[in-house]
Write a protein that binds this ligand. Structure first.
Ligand code: NAD
Ligand code: ZN
Length: 347
């Protein structure tokens, strides 16, 4: 694959990880896991690791914060972890993003490896070197580009992943087809979820992501296409994170975002109505509906103003130009947004 670090995919890849760690003479090995991945995934990995320390964190997006990082940095300092140490991030996108950020900043950067355990992290978050945390009300507000030493994707970990989390990750899978693979999309639509072979699904997503990232590591142009569904999706995710009530998972928010941003593509004449219906009915078949009342629209739009792709206070989104192609830096107005949300709400 076209990446500056190796990506291993398969159920028997951990002997390779063992070899790679042994070859590097790390001074210490730290495993970062959340409570669930420590319980369900760590037991499969532990026998391949040299002497190490585990740092457990609380699970969930609401812990992807500076305060979690501070606790980890304090522990690393207490353990006298030096610059020649390795951090292994064993978990979903939260552990991967936060652990990568912790590693990239600690002592100006120590080595880290991504061992993703959710479909979302296997198909998307573990690849591409974006690491970061949420800050105030905005998703991934603090972060940087920092490459892992390697990525180890073991699909067997998905056996314990809750179904709702699996579906959430499927949103990023759909995204990769919509932005870059028209023929693949046509085929995907004919398959039920049981008929999909997970390892090939992961390989497909990783391949598309790695190919796009290789052309534009720092997201100046084509890499922006990977944000399809995220301008609106991130704002919806952030909005619901601010409350104690029902949570909307990252992929669920991106699924809503993809329906809305497809509708805006239709509004601007970039998608036909038939294509819009094709996309929105496929997504609606696999994702449950979240009710987003009209009175929340202006709050959500305010959160969209925080999006990192914006310039000069204009919201610049990624739209589809037919299925399988994108148009980046497209202005999304409040009117575009409201119309698209009304379309989503109509069911
Ligand atoms: N860096 C990137 O390029 C990138 C790309 C996409 C998404 N993201 C980020 O990824 C995050 C979402 O990631 P996520 O959906 O993986 O969420 P997550 O890391 O919160 O994991 C979801 C839940 O599943 C549990 N879990 C994980 N693996 C498990 C397993 N194998 N068995 C049982 N339980 C398991 C976790 O403990 C957690 O409760 C968001 O913060 C998003 O911004 C980053
Ligand atoms: Zn995403």
């Amino acid at each position: 694959m076209n990446t500056p670090y190796p990506i291993y995919i398969g159920n028997d890849i951990f002997p390779q990880l063992e070899k790679e760690i042994a070859a590097e003479n790390y001074t210490q090995v730290i495993v970062l896991a959340d409570e669930n991945t420590y319980r369900d995934c760590y037991p499969f990995l532990v026998s391949y690791l040299p002497k190490h320390q585990v740092i457990p964190i609380l699970a969930g997006e609401k812990h992807k914060t500076l305060s979690t990082c501070e606790k980890i940095w304090a522990l690393l300092s207490e353990l006298a972890v030096d610059r020649k140490a390795l951090i292994i991030n064993l978990g979903g996108g939260v552990v991967g993003d936060l652990g990568g950020f912790v590693a990239a900043v600690y002592k100006r950067g120590i080595a880290f490896m991504q061992v993703p355990t959710t479909l979302l992290a296997m198909c998307d978050a573990s690849v591409g070197g974006k690491v970061g945390i949420d800050f105030l009300a905005a998703k991934n507000q603090l972060g940087l580009f920092s490459m892992p030493k390697a990525v180890y994707i073991c699909p067997k970990f998905l056996n314990t992943l809750p179904q709702r989390e699996w579906i959430s990750g499927f949103a990023e899978v759909i995204k990769h087809y919509l932005i870059a693979d028209y023929l693949g999309w046509k085929k995907l639509k004919t398959l039920s979820l049981n008929e999909i072979e997970v390892e090939s699904l992961i390989r497909h997503a990783v391949n598309i992501k790695a190919t796009i990232v290789a052309q534009d590591m720092n997201e100046q142009h084509i890499r922006k296409s990977l944000n399809f569904g995220h301008t609106i999706g991130h704002a919806i995710e952030s909005y619901f994170l601010g409350f104690d009530g029902e949570k909307v998972l990252h992929g669920e928010a991106v699924a809503i975002g993809m329906i809305c941003e497809s509708h805006i593509s239709f509004q601007k004449g970039l998608l036909t109505e038939k294509e819009l219906i094709e996309i929105s009915s496929y997504i609606r078949t696999h994702f449950r509906h979240h009710s987003i009342p009209f009175f929340t629209y202006s709050h959500i739009f305010d959160l969209m103003l925080q999006d990192k792709k914006n310039q000069n206070y204009l919201i610049l989104g990624v739209l589809l130009k037919g299925i399988g192609q994108v148009k980046i830096n497209e202005i999304i107005s409040f009117e575009n947004f409201v119309e698209s949300m009304n379309y989503y709400q109509k069911k």
